[in-house]
Design a protein around this ligand. Structure first.
Ligand code: ATP
Length: 327
């Protein structure tokens, strides 16, 4: 079914991710190219509820493709979880004459968007913007590549100190419930182990990590710990190691919000640009409640429902690659 969209609303929500600006730019320019007006909604669903809306021209998105973060700000908004909050959000849409929404964020953002779409019959298109890469139906999310490169860079620097002092470095990596960043950074950084929620028990993983890192020819090791693999993160893993192996000197590094920042990589800029253009095309084609995804380097549309509810698995071959190379 095709229907006419005159004005779209666009927001970024949840954790910010490098490349969100490139997506904002792409959505804005693709919409304007197709004769559609664009209204930027500031601070995610909070701005939708509070009516923080500004119409964007092509110039409003000049010079932002290389900037990290999001110029239209992001927020986590408890009020949108309530029917009253969503009712107020719908009042803003009506007042601003917004016909459809483009939401850039992660699974929480899509969950809220899908619910809103169902309750108020508003077409919603999701663009995956999260460093976690945890959404089903897309090989990559905007921000993931940049974050992976940032983490790899940090590991390279830590490696210099680790080899100089013969220590076990435990590096805590973000990812919510998913180990994609941790596992891939472990491969890229040549780490001795990655402790992720998707594999074995933490105890077993620690034993493997210590075994690998302490083979005769190695005098230091870097072990990546996914933030939620164990309660207490890398600090807890250090405690567990010290208990069993008091002879090892451990150091904990929490990369924290460093992992979200910085100028987006070329990959993320291109991904965001393609997804932004595809999101507008999807609306023009009459699509609703879908996420724009990337599969085998082709743009695809995935029902929001599936993107949210299906679990994306860690690739077994990458896990095996990490294990094989970490001896
Ligand atoms: P990231 O993966 O980077 O954390 P995210 O989009 O998953 O991004 P969340 O904080 O989980 O981030 O969600 C963003 C916002 O989406 C929430 O603050 C809330 O406003 C809205 N949201 C999340 N879950 C729901 C829900 N079940 N119902 C309505 N709105 C929701």
């Amino acid at each position: 079914m095709e229907y006419h969209i005159k004005t779209i609303g666009m927001l970024t929500s949840g954790g910010d991710a490098p490349g969100m600006n490139a997506a904002v730019r792409a959505v804005t320019r693709a919409a304007i190219s197709n004769g559609i007006r664009v209204k930027a909604i500031y601070r995610g669903y909070k701005g939708l509820i509070d009516g923080e809306v500004k119409e964007f021209t092509s110039q409003d998105v000049s010079g932002i493709i290389q900037r990290g973060g999001t110029i239209i700000k992001s927020a986590r908004c408890e009020e949108f979880l309530t029917p009253e909050g969503r009712k107020r959000a719908h009042e803003t849409l009506k007042r601003e004459k917004i016909d459809a929404l483009i939401v850039i964020g992660g699974d929480g953002t899509f969950t809220g968007g899908r619910l809103f779409a169902q309750e108020y019959n508003v077409p919603v298109i999701g663009i995956p913007g999260t460093i976690d890469n945890d959404l089903w139906g897309t090989d990559a999310t905007i921000g993931y590549d940049t974050s992976l490169n940032t983490i790899t860079d940090c590991i390279d620097k830590l490696r210099d100190t680790a080899t100089s002092h013969e220590r076990v470095f435990l590096v805590e990596v973000m990812g919510r419930d998913a180990g994609f960043l941790t596992l891939n950074a472990a491969i890229a950084g040549g780490c001795e182990a990655a402790i992720i929620p998707e594999r074995a028990t933490v105890k077993e993983q620690i034993e493997d990590a210590i075994g690998n890192g302490r083979r005769k020819s190695k005098n230091s090791s870097i072990v990546l710990v996914q933030e939620h693999a164990v309660e207490g993160g890398a600090g807890k893993v250090a405690e567990m190691i010290q208990k069993v192996h008091p002879e090892y000197s451990t150091r904990v590094t929490v990369l924290g919000h460093l992992q979200r920042g910085g100028s987006p990589s070329a990959y993320d800029r291109i991904l965001a640009s393609r997804m932004g253009v595809a999101a507008i095309q999807a609306l023009i084609d009459g699509q609703r409640n879908v996420m724009v995804g990337l599969q085998k380097d082709e743009i695809v549309l995935v029902p929001l429902n599936k993107a949210i509810h299906q679990k994306k698995d860690i690739e077994e071959d990458k896990w095996q690659t990490m294990l094989t190379l970490s001896i």
